[in-house]
Design a protein around this ligand. Structure first.
Ligand code: FAD
Length: 480
């Protein structure tokens, strides 16, 4: 039976719904329940990560009535709950030009002004940057403190009239014809039905698009293999200068030789051969992006739980090895372990356009370009997590067309961020957070036309959208 037939509105304004169970179980359970119906919103943004926050802010500042529903207890998504505290892809590798403007650039400057983010410059003497121990793409990132960032995002939402609900899952869309009419949310108050005119699916996993019956693909074509997940942690009390001297003297950016010798001695038993430590805003605090949890399905609750448990165990063992063997980490301590598992790859919608490898090779630009990425092709191989098949491939900037955010067939749904419609290798440059924010800002701004003129997202006048984005400081033409 079509899932959509399970859901219907009663005349009393309460929701009568019966939900099939998710998953592969052979049997199903039918739930019939009247739900309280809340006030209505112009827009519900599902997921408050890079794309969702930008979408909510763009729609809120334009005067729309916006609800932002976030599963965790803070905004920022991977940047805060995932402890990936380093926005990449928003500046050219020489650190001289912004490739993503608008909300991303404004937030970067303000976070820097308040003293909890850095805007690093390229070192003219060629010294390695502690923000990734390379030059170029990583140096051009914006490292920040996640706790200050979360508080800043709360403030921004309040200023722009965005209502936020934490610990709230967007559970199920109610679809009539080609429109989502209500979203079923779940939080401490129980299940509730929220009437809505437009929806941004910024869950990163296309949860809402998938549950509305929109087409999607998952992972590698053929077998669905996805890049490994990571549970990030932050280490404090690190001796940056000692670490830097070791990396410089032994060309040990990823510690591969050190790991090989530890493996020979039977001390390194993890199924990956890299160690990545990136300084965030304070000199002694490093973000450790190392565990590679192979075969984790970010859309399967059991698999995600397995990943988190394994990630936590590896964190403890890795810290022990770091303290014993890695120069600079002798006195390191765990500052925080991410509450949210880092999923690099899951569903991608089949959008109105699928950004292709050929587009990138030809450096195509589009009539509906809404932003850019200045990041490389970084997507590890599903089975060999230390290997990145696209390593070294990059162009100065990559144009992002609006249409890759538009799923089919639902007309009032848009999907910015990691789940946008791209060929798998293209996820590398697009999944990083600055381009996700560019997509989010464009999705939120497009909602103005959807609400104001009763259009579907695929009917949005993209020339007008680009003009609005530009007047708000976004970069929609290159060179600027
Ligand atoms: C280990 C790792 C390291 C990375 N390193 C970097 C890096 O250094 N720099 C960089 O720029 N990018 C990095 N990335 C990529 C980047 O972090 C993500 O691809 C990016 O955050 C995607 O943005 P998003 O807004 O689509 O999703 P997310 O940032 O993942 O946000 C999605 C949000 O939606 C919420 N959510 C999910 N489902 C629901 C639901 N049903 N209801 C309500 N809320 C929901 C989640 O809690 C989350 O807050 C890394 C990714 C990983 C996994």
């Amino acid at each position: 039976m079509d899932r959509r037939q399970f859901l219907g509105l009663t005349a009393t304004g309460m929701m009568a719904c019966s939900l099939p169970r998710e998953g592969n179980q052979a049997s199903t359970f039918t739930l019939q329940k009247k739900l309280p119906m809340t006030q209505s919103y112009d827009l519900i943004v599902c997921g408050g990560g890079a794309a969702g926050v930008a979408a909510a802010l763009a729609a809120g500042r334009a005067g729309l009535k916006v609800l932002l529903a976030e599963g965790q207890g803070q905004l920022g998504g991977m940047a805060t709950s995932g402890l990936v505290s380093h926005w990449l892809g928003g500046r050219t590798t020489d650190c001289l030009h912004w490739a993503v403007g608008g909300i991303f650039r404004t937030m970067s400057h303000e976070a820097h002004r308040r003293g909890f983010a850095l805007i690093p410059e390229d070192d003219p003497d060629g010294r390695l940057s502690p923000h990734g121990w390379g030059r170029g793409m990583l140096t051009a990132g914006i490292p920040f403190d996640p706790y200050h960032m979360a508080a800043y995002l709360d403030e921004l939402c309040a200023e722009n009239g965005v209502e936020t609900l934490f610990y709230t899952q967007a559970v199920e869309p109610v679809v009539h014809g080609d429109r989502i009419t209500h979203l079923i949310l779940y939080n401490k108050s129980g299940l509730q039905a929220v009437p809505v005119n437009a929806v941004v699916d910024a869950t990163g996993d296309a949860d809402i698009a998938a549950r509305s019956g929109c087409d999607f693909e998952k992972g590698r074509e053929g077998d669905g293999g996805v890049a490994a997940a990571t549970l990030q942690f932050h280490a404090s009390n690190v001796d940056r200068d000692k670490l830097g001297a070791f990396i410089h003297n032994y060309n040990a950016r990823r510690f591969r030789d050190k790991i090989a010798s530890l493996r020979k001695r039977g001390e390194w038993t993890f199924p990956y051969d890299i160690f990545i430590a990136t300084q965030i805003d304070k000199q002694d605090v490093f973000m450790i992006n190392t565990s590679r949890l192979v075969g984790i399905d970010g859309t399967d609750a059991k698999s995600v739980t397995e990943g988190v448990i394994k990630g936590r165990q590896e964190t403890i063992e890795l810290l022990r090895l770091m303290r014993k063997h890695f120069p600079g980490f002798e006195n390191a301590r765990i500052k925080a372990v991410a509450p949210l598992l880092g999923v690099r790859e899951s569903r991608r919608i089949k959008g109105r356009y699928r950004l292709s490898v050929e587009d990138l090779n030809r450096q195509n630009v589009f009539a509906d370009t809404i932003g850019y990425s200045a990041y490389g092709w970084d997507l590890p191989d599903p089975e060999h997590p230390s290997c990145n098949p696209g390593h070294g491939k990059r162009s100065e900037v990559i144009a992002i067309p609006y249409r890759i955010m538009i799923p089919a067939p639902v007309g009032n749904l848009i999907c910015p961020g990691r789940a946008a419609s791209v060929e798998r290798p293209v996820l590398g440059p697009l999944r990083v957070m600055a381009p996700c924010m560019a997509m989010g800002e464009a999705a939120g701004t497009a909602t103005l036309q959807v609400i104001g003129e009763g259009k579907r997202f695929d009917q949005v006048d993209t020339a007008l959208l680009r003009q609005r984005l530009k007047s708000n400081g976004a970069i929609v033409e290159w060179p600027v």
